[in-house]
Design a protein around this ligand. Structure first.
Ligand code: ZN
Length: 290
């Protein structure tokens, strides 16, 4: 019996619709009262815009996975990317303790890390794939040269902020009392590394097990709340850097979504109970028709 037939599923889809509107709201709040376009290499704005463009794809993809109970578990893999986005944004925003550089400078450090990684990938790691368009190489090399100049002009001598720098920032947030991102990053990394097949394994009680691919509402809601928080709280920090008078409004929208009664009901297993009841009712109605 398809879940789509159940009222409880429609309620959950409505909740996902509400979550799907967040990036649009963010875009409005970030642009409100500002000139239409930020100059190409204004930092940290351009870096945040680029990070955000990629993160929105992951955010929307996560919501689409959560719409379907048969693939919803895979959202856990996408969460890793969103948490790394959150970590990069938080690092640009506040840095690690003792870092006296401005967000503008740290944005160029991250750009340097991105450009360096792009060049390494193009010149080494993708070599086995055959020769890509040489213009891609040229553009990446030029980008690296340009960003090196910008970075030096900022007075920084670091080698660039790289993917391995995500973990120290998440650990710092944890020590500052924001403890969910690091733990979740560890779990989602394990999922991406294929180390959590037990996630979908169920004990049948007779010394055998089976694999449950349909995610419960409780599980889907839990993932949803983290997807919203990872994206949303990065958004709050970005607004604080680009359009700070709208921070409170965006923060409120995140809180409303996380505290939405559909979210809390689903988290408290009420949606799963509803689903069983509704399926039972449907089955009885079908039997009566026969
Ligand atoms: Zn630097």
């Amino acid at each position: 019996m398809p879940l789509a037939a159940l009222p409880v599923e429609r309620d959950f889809q409505d909740l996902l619709d509400a979550a799907e509107r967040l990036p649009e709201l963010f875009g409005q709040l970030a642009a409100e009262g500002l000139p239409a376009m930020v100059e190409g290499d204004d930092f940290p704005e351009s870096t945040l815009r680029r990070l955000h463009a990629w993160a929105v794809l992951e955010y929307r993809a996560a919501l689409r996975l959560l719409r379907h109970a048969d693939v919803a578990h895979a959202t856990e893999v996408l969460l890793r990317g969103l948490l790394e986005f959150y970590s990069h944004v938080a690092w640009i925003h506040e840095g690690l303790p003792g870092d006296t550089r401005a967000p503008k400078t740290r944005a160029t450090c991250l750009e340097l890390g991105i450009a360096t990684e792009a060049n390494t990938t193009l010149t080494q790691k993708l070599a086995g794939w055959g020769a890509p368009d040489p213009r891609v190489h040229a553009a990446a090399a030029q980008r690296l040269q340009d960003i090196q100049a910008v970075h030096v002009a900022e007075g920084c001598t670091c080698k660039g902020h790289a993917y391995r720098d995500v973990q120290p920032m998440l650990k710092h947030l944890e020590s500052a009392g924001i403890n969910w991102p690091y733990g979740l990053w560890v779990v989602s990394s394990a999922a991406a590394h294929q180390l959590l097949p037990g996630r979908v394994e169920i004990d049948l009680g007779d010394r055998t097990s089976d694999f449950l691919t349909i995610a419960t509402y409780t599980w889907r809601a839990s993932l949803l709340s983290y997807v919203v928080r990872a994206y949303g709280l990065a958004g709050v920090r970005m607004l604080d850097m680009v359009n700070s008078h709208n921070v409170a409004r965006f923060h409120q929208s995140i809180e409303q979504l996380v505290a939405d009664v559909r979210m809390t009901d689903a988290l408290e297993e009420k949606f799963d109970h509803r689903a069983f009841g509704e399926m039972d009712k449907l089955a009885r109605a079908l039997r009566e028709v026969e």
